[in-house]
Structures are given as C-alpha cells and as structure tokens.
Design a protein around this ligand. Structure first.
Ligand SMILES: Nc1ncnc2c1ncn2[C@@H]1O[C@H](COP(=O)(O)OP(=O)(O)OP(=O)(O)O)[C@@H](O)[C@H]1O
Length: 256
C-alpha cells in the first residue's frame, strides 16, 4: 500500500451516485489526508452535499467504494459502523440545531446516543465543549431561537465535537455569517484542528475560508474532482470555472 493511502482518513474510489436518471457523482475519486483541512468547492448544485452525505452513509451509491479510517463502510458490520461513526462529528448546513432542544440538550444529543454516562458527566462534557468553541456556560439553557447566527454555528460545532472526534464534516459552516463572524469561525476551526489534531472535510463557498483555514482544496465539477491542490494550484489552473472562481472579481477582493 502506498504511503499516501495509509494517510488517507477518507478514501473515495470510483463513486457514482444518481437520483432517477440524473447522475450527480460520476466515478469520483478523492482522498482526505490525516490532519488536513480540505476545502471542498464547486458550482452550486454540483453535488458537494451529496458527496458528504454519501460518505456518511445517508445517500446510497450506485457503485464505488468508500473507506473511512480504513473501514469499507459497505462491508462493515453494524458494530464496526457504529465504531466509525463514533469517531466523526458533523455540522450540517441546514438544521444545524434541534430547535425544540436547549443548547445543553443539543450538545448532549450524540453523547446520549453513543455513551452510557451519568448526567453529571454529560454536563461536564457539555460545558467543556461550550468553552472550547468560545461560548459561556450560561448559554446552556437557552433555545436556538435565543441565539445569534454565529452562536448557533458555535453550538453546532460544540455538538460535532461532543464525542472527541478525529474527523469533522463541516457543510458550509460560515454561510449566513457576516465577514467578521465568518473570519472568527474560520480561526476557531483552524485552532481546534491544530490543538485537537482533527481532520476536517469542509464544504464551502467562502473564498476567505479557503485562503485562511484550508490546507488543500478539491474542486467538484461534472460529477468528478476536476482539481485538487493548494490555492496556488487553483489560481494557476486553466479550467474556466477555477479561473473565474479564484481569479475573478471576488477573489481579487479577498487577496487585496
Ligand atoms: N435526495 C435527493 N433526491 C433527488 N435529487 C437530489 C437529492 N439530493 C440532492 N439532489 C440533487 O443533487 C444535485 C446536487 O445537490 P447538492 O446539494 O449536493 O449540491 P451542492 O454542490 O452541495 O450545492 P450548493 O453549493 O448549492 O449547496 C442537485 O441537483 C440536487 O437537486
């Protein structure tokens, strides 16, 4: 086995997904390496969320193979699958929090599902995670409707971190935040990734996030990865979508 394969926390091979006759992913290959923040971009509707949901097993694939932590999730037993799920955390784009649950209940949700521990320990874990994402323990008994957009994202991140994951999926984590809030969130993700040694798979449209938070970028187009590499690689690409995205007006605003 090649060394880069050993370091791939997520390995996607020849994956095809379609809905009815519409093929969204078409023989897609992608590696996410241990300890990196991979920014996953592409045109709206290209299938970024579909790939994320396919990796975590929420969308069935027509063909192909996906390994997470070296485990082929199709071949895994339910207990092996649960063991893998226990090692990842997810921040979904929509419905980031359960609106009928308090912050405390939201953050404790995964722990209740996967751990058999006392309420006291659950509360300790919850407070530790709130502090980790820069929130005060006092927000624990508020409902999502009583929080700002930035606080909701932070609570959702705290919930994603509840089980001390090694891998985190973030689906457009900065969408809906103002540029300062988004910048703060990027910095938080970067800091947590460094201190906790996380591997992060981040779907984003946010050019600032790609510049400041991501180690590597993969671009989805026509159901496949059309480019993967550094910002410099993206800017040097002759692909029309990459040219427009990384060298267009908005890109210049970011680097100016
Ligand atoms: N459950 C589903 N049933 C049918 N079609 C679906 C389903 N989920 C996604 N699609 C279709 O798959 C395509 C890719 O959707 P997806 O949400 O992954 O795009 P995306 O790249 O994440 O877009 P955006 O950047 O706008 O969030 C879209 O055409 C979408 O309508």
């Amino acid at each position: 086995m090649a060394e880069q394969d050993i370091d791939a926390i997520i390995r996607v091979r020849d994956v095809t997904v379609q809905f009815g006759t519409t093929r969204v992913l078409d023989g897609l290959d992608l590696d996410v390496k241990r300890g990196e923040i991979l920014g996953f971009v592409g045109p709206s509707g290209a299938g970024k969320s579909v790939l994320t949901r396919t990796i975590i097993g929420l969308v069935p694939k027509v063909s192909g193979r996906i390994e997470v932590f070296g485990v082929d999730l199709d071949a895994a037993s339910s207990s092996q699958r649960r063991a893998v799920e226990r090692r990842w955390g997810i921040l979904f784009q929509q419905g980031a929090l359960f609106s009928s649950l308090t912050v405390r209940q939201n953050i404790q949700f995964p722990a209740r599902e996967y751990l058999r521990v006392s309420q006291r320990l659950l509360d300790e874990i919850m407070v530790a995670k709130l502090v980790m994402v820069g929130l005060k323990p006092e927000v624990a008994d508020r409902y999502p409707s009583e929080l700002s957009g930035g606080m909701i994202k932070r609570v959702a991140l705290a919930r994603a971190l509840a089980l001390d994951p090694e891998l985190v999926f973030l689906d457009e984590p900065t969408s809906g935040l103002d540029p300062i809030g988004a910048g703060d969130f990027d910095e938080l993700v970067r800091t947590l990734q460094r201190t906790l040694g996380l591997t992060v798979f981040m779907v984003t449209h946010d050019l600032d996030s790609l510049y400041t938070a991501c180690d590597r970028i993969a671009v989805l187009g026509n159901g496949k990865i059309i480019a993967a590499g550094s910002i410099a690689d993206m800017k040097a690409s002759q692909h029309p979508w990459l040219q427009q995205y990384f060298n267009g007006k908005r890109a210049r605003a970011v680097v100016a």
